[in-house]
Structure formats: C-alpha cells, structure tokens
Design a protein around this ligand. Structure first.
Ligand code: 3PG
Length: 392
C-alpha cells in the first residue's frame, strides 16, 4: 500500500481516520492508550505542513443524532494536551471545516452520521470531497467496512496507510507468522455477536481457546445453564454449542467456570455473591468468574508458547467483578509465553492491573487483531491495496 510518509503533504487537506474509541465513564477517559498511539501520526502530518482533519468513532451511538455520551470532545481535549496545542472538536465537519496548514481539528463522532455503519456511498463521497489525501490509520477499526474507513478510501483523490496502521500490521504479521506453540487465545468482553463469528475460524487454528465475559455466558447457555439476566446472545447459542462440541472432538475442550460472581445490578456498592453456575436466579447477572476458574486458566497460560488476549473476563471496572480479569492479567504477565494483547477494554485492564511492561506486544486493535490472527485481509486495508494497485 501507499504510505503517508511517501507523500508530500505541505499545504494539503489531509483527512486521517484514527481509532480514538477509548473507554469513557461519565465523560472521564479511563485509558488513553489509543490517543497516545496516534500522537506520532498527528505530529508527522503537522510537521509536514498538512491541514489535518482527524476523524474517529466512539462507542456505538444511534446514527442521525448527536449523543453527548458518545461525543469526542473529551478526546479532543486529551489529544490537545498530548500535542501541546488546542484541538477543536468540530460538530458539523461534513459541511466543511476551515483548517490552516500546520493546524489540526477533530471531527465529531463519525457514527453520528446516517450511513456510516452501512458504508453508504453518498456519505463516503461527501467525506472524500473534504480532502486531498485520505490517511487510514485506524488499525482498531480496519476490520469494519464503514464509510469513514472503507468508502472514503475509494473516492478520496489519494488514499494511503498511516504509520500506526503500518506498524501494527507489520508487528502482528511478524509475531503471528509462526507463533510458538501451544497458542492460547483468550476472547472475552461484551461484543458477543461480532466475536463469535471470529471464534469459529480461530478454534481450529489455536491449541486452546478460552472465552470470557458475555461470550462465555453464551457458551454457558449452550452447555445447558440458565444465566438469568446475564448478557448473552440467544441467536448464537447454537453456534456456541457447535464450537463446544468441535473443541471436545479436537481434544482441547473450551474451559467453562463452575462458579460465578453474580449480582442483580452493576455498580460500585451493589451486593454480589459467588454461586454455582447452575444456581443463577432469573434476576441475577453473571459479572465475573471465581478464583478457581482463573487459576485453572493460569495453568493453561503458564504452559503456553504464545498467548493472545482480547476482551475481559468480567466487568473489571467495578471492584466486586474485577478478580477474574485481574488474575488473568497477572497470569499473562507471569507467563514466559510471548503475549499479544489488545482492544479498547483490554488496554484499560492492562493499565488498571499494571502489567503493560510485562506484555510482549500491546495492540490498539481488538476485533481487528483477532481478524489478522485469522489470516484475513482487513477490508479497510484491502481497499488501500486496490488503490495502490490502480496507481501502478
Ligand atoms: C474496537 O474497539 O474494537 C474498535 O474501536 C471497533 O469498534 P466497534 O466494534 O464498535 O466497531
């Protein structure tokens, strides 16, 4: 692909799609790894004399309206602090933004625009008209073909890859080309529907698959348990059942917890209890796994050659539900295995449990790096390849 560094950007209108989708709680950024990882890209474009419009999504707001909870305003402030210059957060950027060469602005959440998620052509063309050069640097969103990651790259006068995207792809391809075995993948978190599809491809490739969070709840239902009010995906129970069976046949069963931490609501001071997985009441949610399960996972992780981790085991942001994820993070930190960890929530967990310097490679991507692990070409990278091929 064409790289940003190969282009003369002085005086050009440069639109950079970044992944600044950081975890926020009450407007406070819980972890700014993704913003920090983007700083060198912004600095390079500014130093080259470009007029820089940065775009990103945040969360999954409903399209067609402004949603204060998904506003990038706090992210613009943090980016400004890190760059040592103001970064305005522009609401109606689709109507055009006046940015001088050597200046930078952040467009408000791309997912407020109708058509972003379904990669609407007209929306992508409107975006493309706002720039001379489109730079795709959002590795964490490169597995999504959306208007600001994929469509715009088809129509922009020039489309290229940003330094973070290139660095992530190079590092992951190197680490995953011939991973030291056993290869253990831990996939947790709340994005059940998009990740379960990935697991189907991943299962035959890895030596051990471990599931956590809402994904694990779906497997618990598939194994015949009643998970009460827990987050899970009813439509994917059959898929999960098939995976449990396939894993058993392969002789490397997917471990599931026997005891779980439950509560009727999520919060800092709510009462919680540890229960057998068969005894979860209808109004209870599974929000973490008990220490025995975490220590079983610890044994698997200690004997791994490579560990890949995306997605927490429990709702670790709250002390009552943090134990499973904390013990998992510690097991990864203590393991001699080469470890690759990433994803919005996972980055926050790594920071919270202080294991960053004991992880071999930290990726800004979650779902994206799992798809690289699957051996897929990410759609937002594929379109850059097509553009590069068309130039020669
Ligand atoms: C992520 O956090 O994995 C990326 O930012 C993509 O977010 P999405 O799953 O909402 O598309």
């Amino acid at each position: 692909v064409l790289r940003m560094g190969e282009l003369a950007l002085a005086g050009k209108r440069v639109m950079i799609r970044a992944d600044l989708n950081v975890p926020l709680r009450d407007g406070v950024i819980l972890d700014d790894t993704r913003i920090r990882a983007f700083v060198p890209t912004a600095q390079a474009a500014l130093a080259a004399g470009a007029a820089v419009l940065v775009l990103s999504h945040l969360g999954r707001p409903k399209e067609g309206a402004f949603d204060a909870e998904a506003s990038l305003a706090p992210v613009a402030r943090r980016l400004g602090d890190l760059l040592g210059r103001p970064v305005p957060c522009v609401g109606a950027w689709l109507d055009g933004v006046a940015i001088q060469p050597g200046e930078i602005a952040l467009g408000e959440n791309v997912r407020f625009n109708v058509g972003e998620k379904k990669n609407d052509d007209a929306l992508a063309q409107r975006m493309a008209a706002l720039c001379d050069v489109f730079v795709m640097d959002a590795f964490g969103t490169a597995h999504r073909a959306e208007a600001s990651t994929h469509g715009v790259a088809k129509y922009a006068p020039v489309a290229c890859a940003g330094p973070l995207l290139v660095a992530e792809l190079d590092a992951l391809h190197l680490a995953l080309a011939a991973p030291k075995r056993p290869l253990v993948a831990i996939v947790g978190g709340a994005k059940v529907s998009s990740k379960l599809a990935v697991l189907t491809n991943l299962l035959p490739m890895v030596d051990r698959l471990i599931v956590g969070g809402g994904i694990a709840n779906t497997f618990l239902v598939a194994a015949g348990h009643d998970v009460g009010h827990s987050l899970y995906e009813p439509d994917l129970v059959e898929t999960a059942r098939g995976l449990l069976e396939q894993a058993r046949e392969l002789g490397r069963p997917i471990p599931l917890p026997r005891r779980v931490v439950v509560a009727t609501e999520i919060g800092d001071t709510v009462p919680s209890a540890v229960k057998d997985v068969g005894n979860v009441d209808a109004d209870e949610m599974i929000l973490d796994f008990d220490a025995d399960f975490a220590s079983e996972l610890g044994d698997i992780i200690r004997s791994a050659g490579t560990v890949v981790w995306n997605g927490p085991l429990g709702v670790f942001e709250y002390p009552a539900f943090a134990q499973g994820t904390r013990l998992l993070a510690q097991a990864i930190a203590d393991s001699p295995a080469f470890s690759i960890c990433g994803g919005g929530e996972t980055l926050a967990a790594i920071a919270k449990f202080g294991i960053a310097d004991r992880v071999s490679y930290i990726s800004t991507g979650g779902g994206a790096f799992l798809e690289v692990l699957e051996g897929k070409t990410l759609p937002a990278v594929e379109v850059l390849e097509q553009r590069a091929a068309a130039r020669t």
